[in-house]
Design a protein around this ligand. Structure first.
Ligand code: PGA
Length: 253
């Protein structure tokens, strides 16, 4: 598959922002600004805003994703939410392994090894986040970290389902810092991630979409998205404003 055949994907990650009412009005405004002709547009919203967002996004090009889920379909896991619960709401995808969840909520590669196949089994598109810390980059351990994260997380995904996984390369030092990776740095890491998928299946490596995340804005998106292996962006801060997010979608089109 050529890069042209991989559909660009711009996903906003709201983190712990926006009430259900705020989400509804955001989706209505964004829907008036984007078309789905050539770019997939997604919003990863808090659990409490999922139902309102799905309803507002109906008959629009916008798909709604959650920001985490538990690997089990049900059970004694207080405070957790399962894939079937998300699917019932009309949610289409789920962010898994975001560095903030790894850091503050004890998310592990071992749990992700179960979460990624559980999402796929339920028809949810996993957006698997990987990325190195500043210390790891300085110690030239970026590839070692990425190899570990990617290999562990996709270990239980059958080869033919690998293209349905979306991977987001998010260097931790670039998240929320305004310190975006250079297009060259992002391209190099993302090409490496694609090659890791290629160790499992060459066809999957050609088809899998790998996004860049970390201080993406309407200003830097064009250059990042022009890189041959960068298939889109996972956008935090700049996704909280519909005009900004629409600008990034335009840059990807
Ligand atoms: P940022 O966040 O765009 O605010 O850096 C990206 C993310 O954490 O997904």
């Amino acid at each position: 598959m050529t890069p042209e055949a991989r559909r660009p994907y711009i996903a906003g990650n709201w983190k712990m922002h926006k009430t259900a009412a705020e989400a509804r009005s955001f989706v209505e405004r964004l829907a008036g600004m984007v078309s789905a002709d050539s770019v997939d547009v997604g919003l990863c919203v808090p659990f409490t805003a999922l139902a309102a967002s799905v309803e507002a996004a109906r008959d629009t090009p916008i798909s709604i994703a959650a920001q985490n889920m538990h690997q089990e379909p049900a059970g004694a896991y207080t405070g957790e939410v399962s894939a079937p619960m998300l699917v019932e709401l009309g949610v289409r995808g789920v962010v898994l392994g975001h560095s903030e969840r790894r850091r503050y909520n004890g998310e592990t590669d071992r749990a992700l090894q179960e979460k990624v196949p559980a999402a796929l089994l339920n028809g949810l598109e996993p957006i698997l986040c990987v990325g190195e810390s500043e210390e790891e980059r300085e110690a030239e351990e970026t590839q070692r970290r990425l190899r570990h994260q990617v290999q562990e997380a996709i270990e239980n995904v059958p080869d033919d389902q690998l293209p349905a996984v979306v991977i987001a390369y998010e260097p931790i030092w670039a998240i929320g810092s305004g310190r975006v990776a250079t297009p060259g740095e992002a391209q190099e890491a993302i090409a490496f991630i694609r090659a890791l998928v290629g160790d499992r299946s060459r066809a999957a490596a050609a088809a899998v979409r790998v996004l860049y995340g970390g201080s993406v804005s309407a200003d830097n998106a064009v250059e990042l998205l022009a890189q041959p292996d960068i298939d889109g962006a996972l956008v935090g801060g700049a996704s909280l404003d519909p005009e900004n997010l629409a600008g990034i979608v335009t840059a990807a089109g």
